[in-house]
Design a protein around this ligand. Structure first.
Ligand code: DLL
Length: 435
């Protein structure tokens, strides 16, 4: 069984990787400078020319590109190839008013699918596998990306898209799916539905899941692994950098290997822009060195994580990033304390609750309020008020220990919180509505 999709690259020596990255970077900077007036202006403003970039060591000289730049340049302002060379667009949903449209040449699509093929291979996928892709298809990159990767590996591919969960399980059983690709919140829902339909993991053939597109905790991973009887692998990416496959997990499950032959990562201080050493938490920045149509240099992702060069037992030498703990824009400041939804999720699952919850933040009489509705399982449910109140108090205490601030916990009846088939919405910050 092939352990790597491309061993030459995935296990390349650091020295050779640096050389490859430097060659590609020099070429890419020229390509962007000559073809993207928007970025050329940014470089001119900073007084940098392509000649100043001779290797990856010069990367820090380049200006950053932010989501605001993408908005300014929408839709064609960052395009580096004539439209006649482009064959596809993908896009974010734009529900937060920040739609991103990314363009692809056929070459870009090939490289993107190759990155996804590496992820599937790292999860143990081969041409013997049946890969059920339940990420959304369409403008969202999840479905098309994993679909393409699955074809490359030679898996029998089930292009299911998301939704109609009972039918997903029927297909899974009838066709003997061995790999599941979807968001972690949808994987949890599939696991729950499997159970509700009276099946156990022994009734399906799944062995691995490739889950990403939203933050998820280690506790959530263990809960999904148990409900579906699989090993759950993380995968990361964003529309701006093609989609899923920028990085992927191997069997060690201690972070995601970044496809460094295509994307050079940096970690910066989100406030000052200063580049931080490996091992420090900061904002992840990517430079795409092989993309033709929509190459982004020093793109600020807003995702917070840590990079590590610790040797990996899988043999890959590609740098690893930790699971992003959330976007810097997901972080809530409640009564002056920084709170990530993932911290709350960790406590809930540790305390034996399901990952079905909703966080509501508001401001009443100039003071922030934090309300967390958490679903009980049928076994946890009780019709005795006192029992429920005791449990709410106990859970609120555990969350207070984690966050340092007291929430109001509401235990709600089984199945009363809407399930997610794509990216879960877990936070409603009503303060933003008032401002
Ligand atoms: O979510 C691409 C994708 C599809 C990745 C399928 C993995 C699997 P966007 O919709 O542009 O693209 O959202 C990108 O999602 O900046 C992160 O904040 C978040 N994200 C993606 N993967 C992970 C992950 C796709 N594994 C944004 N863990 C990114 C945590 C993730 N957050």
């Amino acid at each position: 069984m092939a352990k790597y999709w491309n061993a030459d690259i995935e296990c390349m020596s650091r020295e050779d990787m640096k050389k490859l990255q430097s060659e590609r970077l020099v070429k890419q900077v020229k390509h962007v400078y000559e073809n993207v007036p928007y970025y050329r202006n940014l470089m001119d403003e900073k007084g940098v020319t392509p000649d100043d970039i001779q290797s990856v060591d010069d990367l820090h000289k380049l200006p950053f590109l932010s989501k605001a730049d993408l908005r300014d340049a929408y839709p064609y302002g960052l395009l580096a190839k004539p439209l006649s060379d482009c064959v596809r667009i993908q896009s974010t949903s734009g529900t937060t008013g920040r739609r991103v449209v990314a363009f692809y040449t056929q070459h870009d699509i090939d490289l993107w699918e190759d990155c996804c093929a590496r992820a599937i291979t790292a999860a143990g996928g081969t041409n013997e596998d049946v890969c059920q892709v339940c990420y959304g298809y369409g403008l969202f990159t999840g479905g098309p990306g994993l679909n393409g990767g699955s074809h490359k590996v030679g898996c029998l591919t089930l292009p299911m898209s998301s939704g109609n969960t009972e039918r997903q399980i029927q297909f899974m059983r009838d066709l003997g799916s061995t790999i599941l690709c979807c968001t972690p919140s949808y994987a949890a829902y599939i696991g729950e539905t499997l159970h509700d339909m009276g099946f156990t993991p022994d009734d399906i053939k799944l062995k691995a899941g490739i889950f990403g597109a939203e933050p998820w905790t280690e506790e959530m991973r263990r809960s999904i692994e148990k409900s579906l009887g699989i090993k759950a692998y993380d995968i990361y990416g964003l529309t701006e950098t093609s989609g899923p496959g920028v990085s992927f997990e191997c069997e060690e499950q201690t972070g995601m290997h970044i496809n460094e032959d295509h994307f050079i990562p940096e970690i910066i201080d989100p406030d000052t822009g200063e580049v931080l050493p490996d091992g420090t938490v900061g904002e992840l920045v990517f430079t795409s060195i092989t993309k033709e149509a929509f190459p982004l240099l020093r793109y600020r992702t807003r995702d917070l994580c840590v990079l590590s060069r610790k040797k990996c037992s899988c043999g890959r030498t590609l740098i690893k990033m930790t699971k992003p703990m959330g976007r810097s824009d997901d972080m809530m400041i409640i009564r002056g304390v920084n709170v990530f939804p993932s911290q709350i999720e960790t406590v809930l699952i540790e305390q034996g609750y399901s990952p079905n919850y909703l966080i509501e933040v508001d401001r009443v009489n100039n003071s922030d309020t934090l309300d967390i509705s958490v679903e009980m399982s049928a076994e946890q449910f009780s019709d005795k008020m006192k029992d429920i109140q005791d449990k709410e108090k106990q859970l609120a205490g555990a969350i207070k220990t984690m966050l340092g601030i007291s929430p109001k916990v509401h235990l709600v009846s089984p199945k009363s919180i809407t399930r997610s088939e794509g990216k879960a919405v877990r936070v409603i910050d009503k303060r933003k509505l008032h401002d």
